[in-house]
Structures are given as structure tokens and as C-alpha cells.
Design a protein around this ligand. Structure first.
Ligand code: SF4
Length: 400
């Protein structure tokens, strides 16, 4: 049964005026998001909410991607990033290789060193534990601390996404990281059942992931989270995930951004025959993220995963494109090239928004909440940030 237009409008007006979509309204709208008569007003309300919180600004971070190791103890059914140790593509970066990538990034004006790696490979693979032992490390996170330090001392600001980390491990990484992150993906335990994408992925236990978000909050670490769309979850489970993110933010105030990321099936994976969500549905969930999380939230969608519909995403209330690299590929989605920065600038501007480069963290935290950062990191901001907390303007972008 369709929803009366007047009810849709009333609920959305209330969400925009009050700054948050109520749980009740979100649960009423969710089953109808495929209906254009509901989806279009949802997009319009999300854009209005974004304008109230962020004006015409849309941001991005210029980064290099450092997949410190592509070994992982988990086996998510959609992943091509993780390799087995015997694969010719298995790779763990040496500290010298980390420094090389950083040098390449600096040469192209990158600020963020994005460390992304598999989860606890030493638990599953003795050869990796031996590799660490030979270098004097007892775990991958212990090695990661030195890798982040190398990137930081090499002149960049690391942001780390290393799967599940303990509070102690995050505390050790904090002096060398501007921020950290973990995609919440989805809070439904159903996705860990037999036949579901996380059956062989113990680190995708939602309770573990929520706990890490809480511990990052207790440590006051600026934290990136996100939802993954189209891996077998229901719309209701997506909404519940957004509501958990809202709850985490209201309890700890440390959620610096929420990524709305569509899954795309990859050859060679168990989910190779699965369907991606239609672009319109992805846009609807960007809009729902905006309306649930509110006008001040940073809502991000990766431009390389929906390159044909950047304008649609801009119409859905996002205010950030996330990390975009002029140097390295997206190692998680290597088939999806980044847009060039001039092209991103042109399309964002043509859609009526203003594109600005940020650091791995956001101006409101750099200027407004300096206590969120280790003094080490805080001191480094002076090298990269302008008086408003954005990255210093790049003459090439200004000319674009
Ligand atoms: S935890 Fe991440 S790297 Fe490991 S298999 Fe799952 S998606 Fe791939």
C-alpha cells in the first residue's frame, strides 16, 4: 500500500525542521523508498537538510592508499582484497615501501595516508607471524604503529582502517593517526549465518564492531564508520544500522563521517552473481543517512563506485566524496578508477555545490575540538590546514 503524499511531506518537514528523522518516521518511510513518490521527496528533504548544515560545501581528501597487508583471517563472500599467503598477489609492505608510497603522494599534493589492511592475518597464517617475528613485532597492529609513524614522519597524516582493534591498540596508533575507522557495514547478526556473506568472517560480528566504535569513542578518536549496501541485508536492517550510528554519535560525539557504500559483485567471489543495488536506491540511502544523522553529520559516498550518477548523489544530501587519490588505485575496488580531481570539481560545481579539499579529518574538529587529537597530530595540522581548517588551496584546482 502506498503512503499518502501528505503524510510523507509532513514527516519529512518535521525531520528537516527538527534536525532528525524520528525512528517512527524512518520506519514508516523505509519500506517505500523504491516508490518514486516517496523517494523523490526524501531526496529533496535530505538536500535541504544538507544545505542547512553544510551550505553548498562538498569536500574530499586527497590521499594515497597503503594496503599494508592484504592477508586477512576473514573470508567475506564479496571480497577480492584479501589474498591467501600462497597467492602471487599476497603482499605485505615493508617500511621502506611505505615510505616510497608516501614520497609519491607528497609529490602530488596528497595529505592523507590511508592505511587499509586485512584483519589479524597472523592468527590464521603462521608464515605471516614468522614475517612479523623476524622484524620484532608480535602482531600486525604492532607493525602498523611503526608503519603509521613512518608515514607521519615522512610528511603525511595517516588514517587507519585495520579491522577490529583493541582499545590498547588504538591508543598506540593514536599519536600517528589523525583519525581511524571501521565500516560498521550492518548490525544484523543474520549476515553471519551459514550461507550469508560474513559466515567465515568472525571479525564481522556486529557486537564486536559496535564495541570497537564505543572504545574509539571512549578514547575520543575521530572515527569513520559506514554502511555497506546490497550484501544481503534488508532495508530495515540498513535503517537499524544507521540508527546505531546515530546512537553512537549521540553517546560519544566522535563519528566524524558516515560512508554509504554500495557493494558491487566481483568475479571470482562467492557473490559474483549477486546484483548491485540500483543507483536510485543507493541515492535513497544516502538521503536516509542524511535525514537520520542530521544536518551537521558528514555523509560520504565514494565517487568511483557510482561514477555515472554523481549528480544524483549530490542531490541526495551527501557533503563529502571521501578519499580520492591521484596516485594509488582503490585496492578494495580496483576495477573502479577514481575520477580525476578536475572532473570531480567540474561535476560538483555544475551541480551547484562548492568543492573544497579537506584533511583526513574535518575543519569543525580541527578548529573546534583540538582535544580529539594527539598533540603530535595537532602540531602537524599547521603544515596542511588554512585558517578555516580546510586544506590549503591547490593552485591546480583553483585553475580548474
Ligand atoms: S575483513 Fe575485509 S579484507 Fe578481510 S575478507 Fe572481509 S572484506 Fe576482505
Amino acid at each position: 500500500m502506498s503512503l499518502p503524499a501528505a503524510e510523507v511531506q509532513a514527516r519529512l518537514k518535521d525531520a528537516v525542521e527538527s534536525g532528525r528523522l524520528s525512528c517512527d518516521a524512518a520506519r514508516v518511510l523505509t519500506p517505500h523508498l523504491l516508490d518514486p513518490a516517496v523517494r523523490e521527496p526524501v531526496l529533496e528533504a535530505a538536500l535541504e537538510s544538507k544545505r542547512r548544515g553544510k551550505g553548498d560545501l562538498v569536500t574530499f581528501s586527497r590521499n594515497v592508499f597503503i594496503p599494508l597487508t592484504n592477508l586477512c583471517r576473514d573470508r567475506c563472500a564479496y571480497c577480492t582484497f584479501a589474498k591467501l599467503p600462497e597467492s602471487p598477489e599476497a603482499r605485505t609492505y615493508s617500511l621502506g615501501e611505505v615510505r616510497d608510497v608516501v614520497r609519491g603522494g607528497l609529490a602530488t599534493g596528497c595529505i592523507e595516508a590511508l592505511f587499509c589492511l586485512g584483519d589479524k592475518p597472523e592468527v590464521a597464517y603462521r608464515s605471516h607471524q614468522e614475517w612479523l617475528d623476524e622484524r620484532g613485532y608480535d602482531s600486525t597492529p604492532a607493525y602498523l604503529v611503526d608503519a603509521c609513524r613512518a608515514a607521519f614522519e615522512g610528511g603525511m597524516l595517516p588514517h587507519t582502517n585495520a579491522g577490529i582493534l583493541s582499545a590498547e591498540q588504538m591508543a598506540e596508533l593514536r599519536p600517528w593517526n589523525a583519525s581511524m575507522g571501521l565500516m560498521l557495514e550492518n548490525v544484523s547478526p543474520r549476515l553471519r549465518e551459514r550461507g550469508m556473506p560474513h559466515f567465515h568472517a568472525p571479525d564481522k560480528d556486529p557486537a564486536l564492531r559496535i564495541r570497537m566504535h564505543e572504545e574509539a569513542g571512549e578514547l575520543a578518536i575521530p572515527f569513520t564508520t559506514g554502511i555497506l549496501l546490497g550484501i544481503g541485508e534488508t532495508p530495515e536492517e540498513r535503517l537499524e544500522t544507521l540508527l546505531v550510528i546515530r546512537d553512537l554519535q549521540s553517546r560519544f560525539g566522535h563519528i566524524q563521517e558516515t560512508i554509504v557504500q554500495p557493494f558491487h559483485p566481483k568475479p571470482g567471489t562467492k557473490m559474483r552473481a549477486a546484483n548491485s543495488l540500483p543507483d536510485e536506491e543507493v541515492a535513497a540511502w544516502v538521503a536516509m543517512a542524511r535525514l537520520v544523522l542530521g544536518p551537521e553529520a558528514n555523509v560520504q559516498a565514494p565517487p568511483n563506485l557510482a561514477p555515472r550518477v554523481l549528480e544524483l548523489l549530490l542531490r541526495s544530501g551527501l557533503n563529502d566524496w571521501g578519499g580520492v587519490s591521484p596516485v594509488t588505485v582503490d585496492f578494495i575496488n580496483p576495477e573502479a578508477p577514481w575520477p580525476t580531481l578536475p572532473a570531480l570539481h567540474e561535476r560538483t560545481t555544475a551541480a551547484g555545490h562548492r568543492l573544497r579539499e579537506r584533511l583526513p579529518v574535518y575543519p569543525e574538529d580541527i578548529l573546534g575540538r583540538p582535544e580529539m587529537f594527539d598533540p603530535n597530530v595537532r602540531a602537524a595540522f599547521g603544515r596542511f590546514a588554512d585558517a578555516e581548517g580546510f586544506a590549503r588551496p591547490d593552485p591546480a584546482m583553483e585553475a580548474a
